[in-house]
Design a protein around this ligand. Structure first.
Ligand SMILES: NC(=O)c1ccc[n+]([C@@H]2O[C@H](COP(=O)([O-])OP(=O)(O)OC[C@H]3O[C@@H](n4cnc5c(N)ncnc54)[C@H](OP(=O)(O)O)[C@@H]3O)[C@@H](O)[C@H]2O)c1
Length: 322
């Protein structure tokens, strides 16, 4: 099969013909139609991701396509089913195998391109905002990197939960994308001070919950912009800087910082991930969630697709088609 291969950490990606992956019991072989591109792929191929895969490796953590073969013991799916799936690498290829607990059947109207970028971003934000941060209707949610892959889904899910959503992003165009997906207010952090604007929008109180996939200076601003007794959900460090947290501020303000890695729940609590994704698909069917794919590229251009994320030129998701 044709696949994108990372031959060594940090080396250029190659398009190669390789053997299809071996199907183990409990797994599902999928003919990949489209694969979602994640910031984490840039970390995986440079050896900086928290879950290590030894090179040569095929990147790609989510995909949509058609079930081609079922491993021993898999029930509830059949060959030909349209599905989306999450994998630990391997999606940037003509075929991938996924654990059956990471495979979700698609509703007819959800197309492969939208579905390919669906599970990681919506799954992360839905479980994170509900199960981890306990976001409630009427609360104020600040979402950083709000036009990015996970950020935009946090905006939509926050709004669907009845929160007042303040979106922050680098540039007026990106703020406009977040406003178009349900954010009630926007902050362009290239031009405006996050803390001052959040305080102004919350009558001086600050935000109840902050969703932070960016880290660095943006996280520091979150500590100032969060309300007393508020929660900060640590999603990621797209800025490249892992925040060092001054515990005195947490103590004085009664702030809770919540570490959160959605991928870990695929093993820790697969039933929770499945019910969360099922609710996301239900909300999509009700029109509450509107996947946004800014660029679609052919599989062979995986490297260019990853560059779009690194250069901050994408909004929502970038998807590779096979
Ligand atoms: N905890 C979890 O379970 C989980 C799940 C999924 C993703 N993540 C993490 O969340 C982060 C975002 O992932 P994603 O796939 O949504 O990425 P993405 O689509 O590329 O979005 C990242 C956003 O971060 C902002 N950003 C700030 N500084 C940046 C920089 N130096 N380079 C690139 N972007 C920068 C950009 O927004 P502006 O241009 O507006 O600043 C961009 O829209 C990553 O760190 C990823 O590993 C964590």
């Amino acid at each position: 099969m044709r696949a994108i291969v990372c031959p060594a950490f940090g080396a250029p990606l190659e398009v190669r013909d390789i053997s299809a992956p071996v199907l183990m019991p409990g797994q599902v072989r999928i003919d990949v139609a489209a694969a979602g591109v994640n910031f984490a792929d840039t970390l995986l191929i440079s050896g900086k991701y928290q879950e290590k895969v030894a090179p040569p490796l095929v990147p790609g953590m989510e995909l949509a396509g058609t079930v081609a073969e079922l491993g021993e013991g898999v029930e509830g799916l059949k060959v030909g089913d349209r599905v989306m799936a999450v994998v630990t690498g391997g999606a940037f290829a003509e075929q991938a195998v996924a654990n059956h607990t990471d495979v979700v059947r698609l509703p007819d109207r959800l197309d492969f391109v939208d579905a390919a970028g669906f599970p990681v971003a919506y799954g992360t934000s839905h479980l994170g905002l509900i199960a981890k941060a306990g976001l409630k209707a009427g609360e104020t949610l600040v979402v950083h990197g709000a036009a990015g892959g996970v950020g935009l889904t946090a905006v939509e899910i926050g709004a669907a939960l009845g929160a007042t959503v303040i979106a922050t992003a680098g540039g007026a165009d990106k703020v406009a994308v977040a406003r178009g997906h349900g954010a009630h207010h926007g902050i362009d952090y290239k031009a405006e001070d996050i803390r001052d604007k959040v305080k102004a929008l919350t009558e001086g109180r600050g935000a109840d919950v902050v969703y932070d996939p960016v880290g660095g200076a943006v996280f520091d601003a979150s500590l100032r912009a969060v309300a007393p007794d508020g929660r900060i959900l640590v999603i990621g460090f797209a800025s490249g800087t892992v925040p060092q947290i001054p515990a005195n501020i947490l103590l004085v303000k009664n702030v809770t910082v919540i570490g959160y890695w959605w991928g870990a729940y695929r093993k820790l609590n697969p039933a929770l991930v499945q019910s969360s994704l099922a609710e996301c698909v239900g909300w999509w069917a009700e029109g509450k969630l509107k996947p946004h794919v800014s660029q679609t590229l052919p599989l062979e251009q995986a490297s260019a697709a990853l560059d779009l994320l690194k250069s901050r030129a994408a909004t929502g998701k970038v998807v590779l088609t096979v």
